[in-house]
Design a protein around this ligand. Structure first.
Ligand code: MN
Length: 452
Protein backbone atom coordinates (compact mmCIF):
# COMPACT_ATOMS: atom_id res chain seq x y z
CA UNK A 1 0.00 0.00 0.00
CA UNK A 2 1.18 3.51 -0.75
CA UNK A 3 1.38 6.16 1.96
CA UNK A 4 -1.31 8.32 0.37
CA UNK A 5 -3.56 5.30 0.06
CA UNK A 6 -3.15 4.67 3.79
CA UNK A 7 -4.13 8.31 4.33
CA UNK A 8 -7.30 7.69 2.29
CA UNK A 9 -8.16 4.69 4.46
CA UNK A 10 -7.54 6.69 7.61
CA UNK A 11 -9.76 9.47 6.30
CA UNK A 12 -12.53 6.95 5.56
CA UNK A 13 -12.21 5.62 9.10
CA UNK A 14 -12.79 9.13 10.45
CA UNK A 15 -15.74 9.82 8.13
CA UNK A 16 -17.31 6.51 9.15
CA UNK A 17 -18.05 8.19 12.47
CA UNK A 18 -21.08 10.48 12.81
CA UNK A 19 -20.61 14.26 12.93
CA UNK A 20 -20.16 15.62 16.43
CA UNK A 21 -18.29 12.50 17.54
CA UNK A 22 -15.50 13.16 20.03
CA UNK A 23 -12.16 12.03 18.64
CA UNK A 24 -9.02 11.76 20.76
CA UNK A 25 -5.73 13.23 19.59
CA UNK A 26 -2.55 12.14 21.34
CA UNK A 27 0.60 13.93 20.32
CA UNK A 28 4.21 14.45 21.24
CA UNK A 29 5.57 17.19 23.51
CA UNK A 30 7.71 19.15 21.06
CA UNK A 31 7.23 21.68 18.25
CA UNK A 32 6.48 18.96 15.70
CA UNK A 33 4.02 17.26 18.04
CA UNK A 34 2.18 20.49 18.86
CA UNK A 35 1.92 21.38 15.16
CA UNK A 36 0.67 17.84 14.44
CA UNK A 37 -2.02 18.01 17.11
CA UNK A 38 -3.17 21.40 15.87
CA UNK A 39 -3.41 20.19 12.26
CA UNK A 40 -5.49 17.21 13.35
CA UNK A 41 -7.70 19.33 15.59
CA UNK A 42 -8.42 21.93 12.90
CA UNK A 43 -9.09 19.19 10.33
CA UNK A 44 -11.56 17.48 12.63
CA UNK A 45 -13.28 20.75 13.53
CA UNK A 46 -13.65 21.65 9.84
CA UNK A 47 -15.19 18.23 9.22
CA UNK A 48 -17.71 18.70 12.03
CA UNK A 49 -16.11 16.59 14.75
CA UNK A 50 -15.15 17.37 18.31
CA UNK A 51 -11.69 16.64 19.59
CA UNK A 52 -9.77 16.26 22.80
CA UNK A 53 -5.98 16.67 22.72
CA UNK A 54 -3.41 15.15 25.09
CA UNK A 55 0.26 16.01 24.72
CA UNK A 56 2.62 13.34 26.04
CA UNK A 57 6.31 12.87 26.54
CA UNK A 58 7.91 9.79 24.99
CA UNK A 59 7.79 6.75 27.25
CA UNK A 60 5.09 4.38 28.34
CA UNK A 61 1.41 4.88 29.14
CA UNK A 62 0.91 7.34 26.32
CA UNK A 63 -2.54 5.86 25.74
CA UNK A 64 -3.80 6.42 29.30
CA UNK A 65 -7.02 8.34 29.70
CA UNK A 66 -8.58 7.65 26.30
CA UNK A 67 -11.86 6.86 28.06
CA UNK A 68 -14.72 5.70 25.89
CA UNK A 69 -13.63 7.41 22.66
CA UNK A 70 -14.13 5.27 19.58
CA UNK A 71 -11.15 6.63 17.67
CA UNK A 72 -7.75 7.90 18.74
CA UNK A 73 -5.27 9.57 16.39
CA UNK A 74 -1.65 9.34 17.54
CA UNK A 75 0.53 12.02 15.98
CA UNK A 76 4.35 12.11 16.17
CA UNK A 77 4.22 9.49 18.94
CA UNK A 78 3.16 5.88 19.48
CA UNK A 79 5.35 3.89 17.10
CA UNK A 80 7.31 2.38 19.97
CA UNK A 81 4.12 1.78 21.96
CA UNK A 82 2.33 -0.53 19.52
CA UNK A 83 1.46 -3.10 22.17
CA UNK A 84 -0.29 -0.41 24.17
CA UNK A 85 -2.08 0.88 21.05
CA UNK A 86 -3.12 -2.61 19.96
CA UNK A 87 -4.68 -3.27 23.36
CA UNK A 88 -6.91 -0.21 23.26
CA UNK A 89 -10.66 -0.64 23.00
CA UNK A 90 -10.89 2.02 20.32
CA UNK A 91 -9.60 2.13 16.75
CA UNK A 92 -6.28 3.84 16.16
CA UNK A 93 -4.69 5.99 13.44
CA UNK A 94 -0.94 6.40 13.73
CA UNK A 95 0.61 9.42 11.93
CA UNK A 96 4.28 9.19 12.78
CA UNK A 97 7.84 9.21 11.49
CA UNK A 98 9.79 7.63 14.38
CA UNK A 99 11.32 4.14 14.28
CA UNK A 100 8.54 1.59 14.38
CA UNK A 101 8.77 -1.72 16.21
CA UNK A 102 6.14 -4.37 15.49
CA UNK A 103 2.80 -4.06 13.76
CA UNK A 104 -0.30 -2.00 14.40
CA UNK A 105 -3.22 -4.43 14.37
CA UNK A 106 -5.84 -2.08 15.67
CA UNK A 107 -6.26 0.53 12.98
CA UNK A 108 -4.34 2.33 10.27
CA UNK A 109 -0.62 2.74 10.31
CA UNK A 110 0.52 5.96 8.63
CA UNK A 111 4.07 5.78 9.94
CA UNK A 112 5.98 7.10 6.94
CA UNK A 113 8.87 4.69 7.48
CA UNK A 114 6.54 1.77 6.77
CA UNK A 115 6.16 3.22 3.25
CA UNK A 116 9.85 3.57 2.49
CA UNK A 117 10.13 7.26 3.37
CA UNK A 118 13.08 8.61 5.34
CA UNK A 119 11.49 9.61 8.63
CA UNK A 120 14.53 11.52 9.77
CA UNK A 121 14.79 13.93 6.83
CA UNK A 122 11.81 13.72 4.42
CA UNK A 123 8.71 13.72 6.58
CA UNK A 124 7.89 14.63 10.17
CA UNK A 125 4.92 14.01 12.44
CA UNK A 126 3.22 17.19 11.28
CA UNK A 127 3.64 16.56 7.55
CA UNK A 128 2.47 12.93 8.06
CA UNK A 129 -0.57 14.31 9.88
CA UNK A 130 -1.13 16.80 7.07
CA UNK A 131 -1.26 13.86 4.62
CA UNK A 132 -4.28 12.57 6.54
CA UNK A 133 -5.72 16.05 6.70
CA UNK A 134 -5.39 16.42 2.90
CA UNK A 135 -7.06 13.06 2.38
CA UNK A 136 -9.97 14.41 4.45
CA UNK A 137 -10.14 17.60 2.38
CA UNK A 138 -7.57 18.95 -0.05
CA UNK A 139 -8.46 22.51 1.05
CA UNK A 140 -6.54 21.74 4.24
CA UNK A 141 -3.31 22.58 2.38
CA UNK A 142 -3.32 25.96 4.21
CA UNK A 143 -2.14 23.98 7.23
CA UNK A 144 1.13 23.27 5.44
CA UNK A 145 2.15 26.39 7.40
CA UNK A 146 1.91 24.41 10.63
CA UNK A 147 3.36 21.27 9.05
CA UNK A 148 6.48 23.08 7.87
CA UNK A 149 6.93 24.66 11.30
CA UNK A 150 6.83 21.08 12.64
CA UNK A 151 9.46 19.94 10.15
CA UNK A 152 11.71 22.85 11.17
CA UNK A 153 11.21 21.83 14.81
CA UNK A 154 12.59 18.39 13.95
CA UNK A 155 15.49 20.00 12.04
CA UNK A 156 14.31 18.61 8.72
CA UNK A 157 15.08 21.93 7.02
CA UNK A 158 18.79 21.05 7.10
CA UNK A 159 20.19 21.06 3.60
CA UNK A 160 16.81 22.20 2.23
CA UNK A 161 13.40 20.57 2.57
CA UNK A 162 13.26 17.12 0.99
CA UNK A 163 10.79 14.40 0.10
CA UNK A 164 7.22 14.75 1.30
CA UNK A 165 8.07 17.93 3.26
CA UNK A 166 9.18 19.54 0.04
CA UNK A 167 6.09 18.43 -1.84
CA UNK A 168 3.85 19.95 0.82
CA UNK A 169 5.89 23.16 0.90
CA UNK A 170 5.79 23.55 -2.89
CA UNK A 171 2.02 22.99 -2.98
CA UNK A 172 1.48 25.59 -0.28
CA UNK A 173 3.72 28.10 -2.09
CA UNK A 174 1.76 27.52 -5.32
CA UNK A 175 -1.52 28.11 -3.49
CA UNK A 176 -0.20 31.28 -1.82
CA UNK A 177 -0.20 30.08 1.80
CA UNK A 178 3.57 30.14 2.12
CA UNK A 179 6.03 32.60 0.66
CA UNK A 180 9.79 32.04 0.55
CA UNK A 181 11.68 35.11 1.76
CA UNK A 182 15.35 35.78 2.23
CA UNK A 183 16.16 36.70 5.81
CA UNK A 184 19.04 36.74 8.26
CA UNK A 185 19.11 34.10 10.97
CA UNK A 186 19.08 36.74 13.70
CA UNK A 187 15.99 38.73 14.65
CA UNK A 188 14.72 41.32 12.16
CA UNK A 189 12.77 43.28 14.75
CA UNK A 190 15.50 44.35 17.14
CA UNK A 191 18.56 46.56 17.04
CA UNK A 192 21.68 44.79 15.77
CA UNK A 193 23.14 44.84 19.28
CA UNK A 194 20.12 43.16 20.83
CA UNK A 195 19.63 40.66 18.06
CA UNK A 196 23.27 39.52 18.20
CA UNK A 197 23.18 39.28 21.98
CA UNK A 198 19.99 37.27 22.04
CA UNK A 199 20.78 35.00 19.08
CA UNK A 200 21.12 31.32 20.00
CA UNK A 201 21.48 29.62 16.64
CA UNK A 202 24.13 30.57 15.84
CA UNK A 203 25.46 31.44 19.27
CA UNK A 204 28.12 34.16 19.32
CA UNK A 205 30.53 33.64 22.17
CA UNK A 206 31.40 36.65 24.36
CA UNK A 207 28.66 38.83 22.88
CA UNK A 208 26.88 39.26 26.21
CA UNK A 209 27.61 42.08 28.66
CA UNK A 210 28.72 44.62 26.07
CA UNK A 211 30.56 42.25 23.72
CA UNK A 212 28.15 42.78 20.82
CA UNK A 213 28.14 46.54 21.37
CA UNK A 214 31.92 46.73 21.16
CA UNK A 215 32.05 44.41 18.15
CA UNK A 216 29.63 46.62 16.21
CA UNK A 217 31.25 49.89 17.30
CA UNK A 218 34.70 48.61 16.31
CA UNK A 219 33.30 47.98 12.85
CA UNK A 220 31.80 51.46 12.71
CA UNK A 221 28.25 50.13 12.65
CA UNK A 222 25.55 51.86 14.68
CA UNK A 223 24.60 49.16 17.22
CA UNK A 224 21.12 50.61 17.66
CA UNK A 225 20.09 50.24 14.03
CA UNK A 226 18.17 47.22 12.83
CA UNK A 227 19.72 45.05 10.12
CA UNK A 228 17.17 46.39 7.63
CA UNK A 229 18.30 49.95 8.38
CA UNK A 230 21.93 49.27 7.46
CA UNK A 231 23.34 50.23 4.08
CA UNK A 232 24.23 47.58 1.51
CA UNK A 233 27.98 47.79 2.23
CA UNK A 234 27.50 47.79 5.98
CA UNK A 235 25.39 44.66 5.71
CA UNK A 236 27.99 42.85 3.63
CA UNK A 237 30.79 43.90 5.96
CA UNK A 238 28.84 42.83 9.02
CA UNK A 239 27.82 39.45 7.62
CA UNK A 240 31.35 38.55 6.62
CA UNK A 241 32.75 39.67 9.98
CA UNK A 242 30.14 37.59 11.81
CA UNK A 243 30.83 34.57 9.60
CA UNK A 244 34.53 34.90 10.32
CA UNK A 245 33.82 35.13 14.02
CA UNK A 246 31.73 31.96 13.98
CA UNK A 247 34.46 30.15 12.08
CA UNK A 248 36.95 31.24 14.73
CA UNK A 249 34.61 29.71 17.30
CA UNK A 250 34.97 26.45 15.37
CA UNK A 251 31.49 26.47 13.84
CA UNK A 252 31.06 24.47 10.65
CA UNK A 253 28.64 25.20 7.80
CA UNK A 254 27.95 28.77 8.88
CA UNK A 255 25.16 30.51 7.02
CA UNK A 256 23.71 33.78 8.25
CA UNK A 257 21.21 34.26 5.44
CA UNK A 258 18.49 31.76 4.70
CA UNK A 259 15.53 31.47 2.40
CA UNK A 260 12.82 31.15 4.96
CA UNK A 261 9.18 30.10 4.62
CA UNK A 262 6.67 32.72 5.76
CA UNK A 263 3.10 31.66 6.43
CA UNK A 264 0.16 33.79 5.35
CA UNK A 265 -1.39 33.39 8.81
CA UNK A 266 1.64 32.78 11.01
CA UNK A 267 4.52 34.92 9.70
CA UNK A 268 8.04 33.46 9.83
CA UNK A 269 7.70 29.71 10.23
CA UNK A 270 11.15 29.55 11.83
CA UNK A 271 9.83 31.88 14.49
CA UNK A 272 6.60 29.90 14.90
CA UNK A 273 8.59 26.71 15.28
CA UNK A 274 10.81 28.31 17.90
CA UNK A 275 7.74 29.55 19.81
CA UNK A 276 6.14 26.09 19.77
CA UNK A 277 9.40 24.57 20.93
CA UNK A 278 9.55 27.04 23.83
CA UNK A 279 5.93 26.22 24.78
CA UNK A 280 6.80 22.50 24.90
CA UNK A 281 10.01 23.10 26.86
CA UNK A 282 8.33 25.38 29.36
CA UNK A 283 5.50 22.88 29.94
CA UNK A 284 2.88 25.13 28.29
CA UNK A 285 1.83 22.89 25.39
CA UNK A 286 -1.71 24.22 25.64
CA UNK A 287 -0.50 27.72 24.81
CA UNK A 288 1.24 26.37 21.71
CA UNK A 289 -1.87 24.53 20.55
CA UNK A 290 -4.07 27.59 21.13
CA UNK A 291 -1.58 29.75 19.21
CA UNK A 292 -1.76 27.34 16.25
CA UNK A 293 -5.56 27.39 16.45
CA UNK A 294 -5.43 31.14 15.87
CA UNK A 295 -5.69 32.56 19.39
CA UNK A 296 -3.80 35.87 19.24
CA UNK A 297 -3.45 36.12 23.02
CA UNK A 298 -1.89 32.67 23.12
CA UNK A 299 0.54 33.66 20.36
CA UNK A 300 1.61 36.63 22.51
CA UNK A 301 2.10 34.32 25.48
CA UNK A 302 4.10 31.94 23.27
CA UNK A 303 6.34 34.89 22.40
CA UNK A 304 6.96 35.52 26.11
CA UNK A 305 7.75 31.84 26.68
CA UNK A 306 10.17 32.03 23.77
CA UNK A 307 12.02 34.93 25.45
CA UNK A 308 12.10 33.17 28.81
CA UNK A 309 13.39 29.97 27.28
CA UNK A 310 16.08 31.73 25.25
CA UNK A 311 17.21 33.68 28.29
CA UNK A 312 17.63 30.42 30.22
CA UNK A 313 19.75 28.99 27.43
CA UNK A 314 21.90 32.10 27.17
CA UNK A 315 22.51 32.12 30.92
CA UNK A 316 23.70 28.49 30.79
CA UNK A 317 25.76 29.11 27.65
CA UNK A 318 27.59 32.01 29.30
CA UNK A 319 28.55 29.64 32.13
CA UNK A 320 29.59 26.91 29.70
CA UNK A 321 31.77 29.34 27.75
CA UNK A 322 33.90 29.84 30.86
CA UNK A 323 34.04 26.16 31.74
CA UNK A 324 37.22 24.12 31.78
CA UNK A 325 35.95 21.29 29.60
CA UNK A 326 36.50 17.70 30.74
CA UNK A 327 37.63 15.39 27.98
CA UNK A 328 38.15 11.70 27.26
CA UNK A 329 39.47 10.31 23.94
CA UNK A 330 36.31 10.81 21.87
CA UNK A 331 33.96 12.82 24.08
CA UNK A 332 33.89 16.10 25.98
CA UNK A 333 31.45 16.39 28.86
CA UNK A 334 30.00 18.88 31.27
CA UNK A 335 27.61 18.83 34.20
CA UNK A 336 24.45 20.89 34.29
CA UNK A 337 21.74 21.23 36.90
CA UNK A 338 19.23 22.02 34.20
CA UNK A 339 18.05 18.56 33.13
CA UNK A 340 15.61 19.83 30.53
CA UNK A 341 18.28 21.82 28.69
CA UNK A 342 21.04 19.20 28.67
CA UNK A 343 20.63 18.17 25.04
CA UNK A 344 20.16 21.69 23.72
CA UNK A 345 23.25 22.94 25.55
CA UNK A 346 25.34 19.98 24.37
CA UNK A 347 24.28 20.70 20.79
CA UNK A 348 25.07 24.41 20.99
CA UNK A 349 28.40 23.76 22.72
CA UNK A 350 29.29 21.22 20.03
CA UNK A 351 28.51 23.74 17.30
CA UNK A 352 29.59 27.09 18.66
CA UNK A 353 31.72 27.09 21.79
CA UNK A 354 35.45 27.44 21.14
CA UNK A 355 36.38 25.65 24.39
CA UNK A 356 34.72 22.42 23.17
CA UNK A 357 36.71 20.35 20.66
CA UNK A 358 35.03 19.94 17.29
CA UNK A 359 36.57 16.46 17.06
CA UNK A 360 34.71 15.08 20.07
CA UNK A 361 31.03 14.47 20.75
CA UNK A 362 29.66 16.66 23.55
CA UNK A 363 27.89 14.99 26.47
CA UNK A 364 25.82 16.69 29.16
CA UNK A 365 25.34 15.07 32.55
CA UNK A 366 22.62 16.17 34.96
CA UNK A 367 22.57 14.32 38.21
CA UNK A 368 19.27 14.23 40.06
CA UNK A 369 18.37 12.50 43.31
CA UNK A 370 16.95 9.38 41.74
CA UNK A 371 18.48 9.35 38.28
CA UNK A 372 21.09 10.89 36.05
CA UNK A 373 20.04 12.28 32.66
CA UNK A 374 22.61 12.14 29.90
CA UNK A 375 22.41 13.82 26.50
CA UNK A 376 24.92 13.63 23.68
CA UNK A 377 25.32 15.60 20.47
CA UNK A 378 27.65 15.24 17.51
CA UNK A 379 27.96 16.73 14.05
CA UNK A 380 27.30 15.24 10.63
CA UNK A 381 31.03 15.30 9.99
CA UNK A 382 31.73 13.21 13.10
CA UNK A 383 28.95 10.79 12.17
CA UNK A 384 30.65 10.31 8.80
CA UNK A 385 33.80 9.48 10.74
CA UNK A 386 31.93 6.70 12.52
CA UNK A 387 30.35 8.47 15.52
CA UNK A 388 27.27 6.60 16.71
CA UNK A 389 25.91 8.13 19.91
CA UNK A 390 22.83 5.93 19.74
CA UNK A 391 24.86 2.72 19.98
CA UNK A 392 27.20 4.26 22.56
CA UNK A 393 24.35 5.37 24.85
CA UNK A 394 22.59 2.04 24.49
CA UNK A 395 25.63 -0.08 25.33
CA UNK A 396 27.04 2.15 28.07
CA UNK A 397 23.67 2.64 29.79
CA UNK A 398 22.94 -1.10 29.74
CA UNK A 399 26.28 -1.71 31.44
CA UNK A 400 25.42 0.49 34.44
CA UNK A 401 21.79 -0.59 34.78
CA UNK A 402 20.18 2.23 32.80
CA UNK A 403 18.63 2.71 29.38
CA UNK A 404 19.61 4.76 26.39
CA UNK A 405 19.40 5.28 22.65
CA UNK A 406 18.44 7.76 19.95
CA UNK A 407 20.17 8.69 16.72
CA UNK A 408 23.86 8.55 15.73
CA UNK A 409 24.05 12.37 15.86
CA UNK A 410 21.88 12.93 18.96
CA UNK A 411 21.09 10.46 21.72
CA UNK A 412 20.40 10.22 25.43
CA UNK A 413 20.40 7.91 28.42
CA UNK A 414 19.09 7.65 31.95
CA UNK A 415 21.30 5.92 34.49
CA UNK A 416 21.35 5.39 38.26
CA UNK A 417 23.16 8.05 40.36
CA UNK A 418 26.75 7.29 41.28
CA UNK A 419 27.49 5.43 38.04
CA UNK A 420 28.37 8.52 35.92
CA UNK A 421 32.14 7.97 35.75
CA UNK A 422 31.77 4.36 34.73
CA UNK A 423 29.14 5.26 32.16
CA UNK A 424 31.25 8.00 30.58
CA UNK A 425 34.30 5.74 30.34
CA UNK A 426 32.26 2.99 28.69
CA UNK A 427 30.57 5.47 26.34
CA UNK A 428 33.96 6.85 25.36
CA UNK A 429 35.32 3.38 24.76
CA UNK A 430 32.39 2.27 22.55
CA UNK A 431 32.50 5.50 20.53
CA UNK A 432 36.30 5.45 20.19
CA UNK A 433 36.32 1.88 18.87
CA UNK A 434 33.62 2.63 16.33
CA UNK A 435 35.23 5.87 15.17
CA UNK A 436 38.56 4.14 14.77
CA UNK A 437 36.89 1.52 12.59
CA UNK A 438 35.04 4.27 10.73
CA UNK A 439 38.29 6.04 10.01
CA UNK A 440 39.96 2.89 8.75
CA UNK A 441 37.01 2.23 6.49
CA UNK A 442 37.08 5.76 5.10
CA UNK A 443 40.82 5.51 4.64
CA UNK A 444 40.53 2.45 2.46
CA UNK A 445 37.76 3.82 0.32
CA UNK A 446 39.16 7.29 0.07
CA UNK A 447 42.68 6.30 -0.86
CA UNK A 448 42.35 7.39 -4.44
CA UNK A 449 40.37 10.52 -3.64
CA UNK A 450 41.66 12.98 -1.11
CA UNK A 451 39.79 16.08 -0.03
CA UNK A 452 36.04 16.16 0.49
MN1 MN B 1 8.60 14.61 15.20
Amino acid sequence: MEFEQAAEHASELIYSLPEGENIRIISHCDADGIASAAIMAISLRRAGYNFHISIKKTGTKIADGIGDARLAVFCDIGSTNLEELNNLNCRVILCDHHMIKGELTNGINMNARAYGMDGSSEICGATATLALSLAMDEKNIDMAQLAIAGAIGDKQDRGGFKGYNRKVLEDAVKKGYIEMKEETVFSQDMSMMDSLEECIEPYFSNFSGGGALKFLQDMGIDPFKKFSELGENERKKLLSALTLRLMEQGAENVSLIRISPHGKNYGSLYDLSSKLNACAREGEEGVGIAACLGDGGAMGKAGQLQSTYREKIRREMRELEKEKVKELSSISYFHTKNTALGGVLAGLAMMYLPNFSKEKAVISVSTGEKKVDISGRGTERLVKKGLDLSEGMYVAAAKVGGGGGGHPIAAGATIPPGREEEFLRELDSVISKKMKRGNEGDGKEGRSGGGE
